[in-house]
Design a binder for this molecule. Structure first.
Ligand SMILES: [Zn+2]
Length: 83
């Protein structure tokens, strides 16, 4: 690997949050909701913005319904209190 490649590689890695996009996709397909997410059919129950593969914060169940909170710190905190 060239030095320039390595530099780009590490800067790309810093942008990755706690969960990798591929892991999120795998999780969402296991839950059977990947199609809904990819078609912008799921909204964050707290702030109402569309959930995408990039902004999945927390997946949880409330009253038997599967909900996905976005990854903003306010929504994550509220979602955690509902679990
Ligand atoms: Zn939100």
């Amino acid at each position: 690997m060239k030095a320039s490649d390595r530099a780009r590689d590490s800067s790309a890695r810093q942008k990755v949050m706690a969960v990798h996009e591929d892991d999120v996709k795998e999780l969402l397909s296991k839950l059977g909701i990947i199609d809904q997410v990819e078609h912008n059919k799921i909204k964050c129950p707290i702030c109402g913005q569309n959930i995408t593969v990039q902004n999945v914060g927390l997946v949880y169940k409330k009253e038997g319904k599967l909900l996905i909170a976005c990854n903003s710190s306010i929504c994550l905190a509220s979602a955690r209190m509902e679990i």
